[in-house]
Write a protein that binds this ligand. Structure first.
Ligand code: 0RA
Length: 650
């Protein structure tokens, strides 16, 4: 189509519509990308990458490059067909301009494209454009290079030809608007983790990330993610150092009733269930109908096989759905044309038709697997029987903890120094390493709203322990009773009952040394595995005691980093008097007196608390299995790599 045949009479009216659309996004950015913090900032990248993934799913692209530039601008480049640049009949402007400026226009003009990916909010690249100070797009297509630039979504000029090329593809560079975002600093690990996940979810696509802010042996920090085996490799990655029960994950990939389904599952020697699910590449944290279908198919198929093969003859206990999922690591990925997302965080699939489809697919493939692998089948069924036996013991232990909660007077642990206020929203519970630091904290606290629970040394490593052992552990029992929470019944999916939660801030306070961070990790692992809701609701925090006290005579400053310490030394040296400057390294909480502990670590006016959040559930699972597992080398490598970060994100 040539430009002269296009009716441009509507042009200005459409122009106004476009401006209104962009304005709406800039006025309520959170409605479109979730929030204007770090999460929303990273979401911009996912939105652009998703468009390239769509092009890859359509079969036209197999390489995607993401670059973080020095000024925190981002370039996403793919080798797809390039966004069409010819005139869009209805809109009277280049199709490229329409995609980049009209809300929800992306891909719509190409009905053949199987468009199912798309960010959580599925808002399209025009939102990224609206929220960028500047955006530049370059399209390599039909031997030519086209470009257009925008300020806050408004084109600077019509799409223009700027050169010739042999290749095809789309290159988008954007500068997030600092008038919109609280922070514009990208985190390499966050983007790399998402790209790794996308590589596993979309096998055959090569995703490369480069960080031009970080020099690495003559070049920049860079990683490439590529998976040939897809979810089969994802499951193996997630299990990390856990010991697999069967040699290879059970794997299925195909289409059922028009729904693409990919599933991989493996059993390991832990007692946890790690099922991660995705719809259109989005992590459905709250599960939904596809997960229900998976569970139903798994239980039904294993149960049928166990009964038919006579393997249940020795089992003296009743087997429930849970028992089929102990030590199970699985990833489920489905593509749904019109997904309905429900739940608190809109990450629960609601489409009812998906349950039966996934159930049937699991039944078919797992049924055949069991028939063809009798040795593996026996290993799995025996593990299930063992789980059922242990579950009985666990239920007894859990009920003991809960009964004690209800019966015994206040029901609170003797070691708890409770606070006076009873409104949970105002109350804080400090979990403190050791009785001695616990004593100092009791003296230093504000007893109106701060409660102290000292914990003995290292708490149980829940990553390795069986469930009933966990409910028998003194320290863990104390945490349960102090918090006032109970675990639901198995029918109820063991959902945590938070109605009686007594504190809305739960603060882990340990020494600022290796042992201390190990204890913090143990407690976080416990929360992540058994009280995930507390982390999801943002109730779990980590205290940050200072590392140094720099002193000169009566002047003193607390310091949390080496830089702060050096600055403090210079400052105090410069203040004239002839006394010498001393530096005290705090190794433990115990080296501070009550007043110092209050001032530096507990006083809401002066302290810094780090909130524990779950950024990426799958990666979190992988990291915990590694940190708490048996193998030392990967753990040491991880700790050394992350030692420089002040912040622990789980
Ligand atoms: C629709 C049609 C065509 C390409 C694309 C979408 C496309 C979009 C994006 C977004 C990022 N990278 C992309 N690559 C391609 C081409 C249709 C044709 O050539 O016939």
């Amino acid at each position: 189509m040539s430009e002269t045949t296009v009716d441009r009479s509507d042009y200005s009216a459409q122009n106004i519509q476009v401006l209104e659309g962009l304005q709406a996004v800039r006025k309520r950015p959170a409605m479109y990308i979730g929030d204007v913090g770090s999460k929303g900032l990273h979401h911009l990248v996912y939105e652009v990458v998703d468009n390239s993934i769509d092009e890859a799913m359509a079969g036209y692209c197999d390489e995607i490059f993401v670059t973080i530039h020095k000024d925190n601008s981002i370039t996403v480049r793919d080798n797809g067909r390039g966004i069409p640049t010819d005139m869009h009949e209805k809109e009277g402007r280049s199709a490229l301009e329409v995609v980049m400026t009209v809300l929800h226009a992306g891909g719509k003009f190409d009905k053949d494209t199987y468009k199912v990916s798309g960010g959580l909010h599925g808002v399209g690249v025009s939102c990224v454009n609206a929220l960028s100070r500047v955006l530049r797009v370059e399209v390599h297509r039909k031997g030519k290079i086209f470009a257009q630039e925008y300020d806050k979504g408004v084109p600077r000029y019509d799409v223009k030809e700027i050169g010739e090329t042999d290749g095809t593809g789309t290159i988008t560079t954007f500068w997030p608007d600092d008038e919109i975002f609280i922070t514009t600093e990208y985190k390499y690990d966050t983007l790399a983790t998402r790209l790794r996940e996308l590589a596993y979810l979309n096998k055959g696509i090569r995703l490369t990330i480069t960080d031009e802010r970080e020099e690495r042996d003559g070049g920049f920090l860079t990683e490439t993610f590529f998976s040939e085996g897809g979810l089969k490799e994802f499951v193996t990655y997630l299990d990390g150092t856990r010991e697999p029960l069967i040699p290879e994950p059970v794997y299925m990939m195909g289409e059922k009733a028009g729904t693409p389904i990919e599933i991989a599952l493996q059993y390991n020697n832990s007692y946890n269930e790690n099922v991660h699910s995705y719809v259109n590449n989005i992590n459905t944290i709250e599960g939904g109908t596809h997960v229900a279908g998976f569970r139903r198919g798994l239980t039904r198929t294993l149960k049928n096989y166990a009964e038919k093969s006579g393997l249940l003859k020795h089992a003296k206990v009743e087997i429930t759905g849970d028992d089929f999922r102990e030590g199970l690591t699985a990833v489920i990925s489905v593509k749904v044309q019109e997904p309905q997302f429900e739940g608190q965080t809109k990450t629960k699939l609601g489409n009812n038709e998906v349950t039966g489809v996934v159930d049937a697919a699991v039944g078919e493939v797992l049924g055949i697997y069991l028939e063809e692998h009798p040795r593996e089948a026996k290993l799995i069924i025996n593990k299930v029987i063992l789980a059922a036996t242990a579950r009985q013991a666990a239920r007894k232990a859990r009920e003991m903890v809960q009964r004690k909660n209800v019966l015994s007077g206040t029901g609170l642990p003797g070691k708890l120094a409770d606070c006076a206020i009873t409104d949970p929203a105002q109350c804080e519970l400090f979990l403190v390493e050791g009785d001695s630091a616990g004593g100092t904290a009791k003296q230093g606290r504000n007893r109106d709203f701060q409660a102290i629970l000292p914990l003995k040394g290292k708490i149980l490593n829940v990553e390795k322990a069986m469930e009933h052992k966990i409910y028998e552990n003194e320290e863990i029992k104390n945490i349960f009773t102090a918090l006032g929470v109970s675990i639901g019944t198995e029918e109820d999916d063991k959902a945590l009952n938070l109605d009686k939660l007594r504190y809305h801030k739960i603060v882990i306070m340990t020494d600022a040394d290796v042992d201390g961070s190990h204890i913090t990790t143990l407690i976080l692992t416990f929360f992540f595995r058994y009280m995930k809701e507390l982390v999801e609701y943002g109730y779990v925090y980590i205290a940050t005691p200072p590392l140094y006290l720099v002193k000169k005579g009566k002047d003193q400053e607390y310091c949390w980093t080496d830089e702060q310490r050096d600055e403090a030394i210079q400052r105090l040296k410069g203040n004239g008097r002839e006394e010498s400057v001393s530096v005290q390294r705090y190794k433990g909480l115990g080296e501070m007196n009550a007043e110092q502990l209050w001032e530096t670590t507990m006083n809401p006016e002066t302290r810094t608390l780090r909130q524990a959040t779950i950024e990426n559930a799958a990666e979190c699972d992988h990291v915990f299995s590694m940190l708490m597992g048996d193998e030392v080398a990967p753990r040491r490598e991880f700790i050394e790599r992350n030692a420089r970060y002040a912040k622990i994100d789980i």
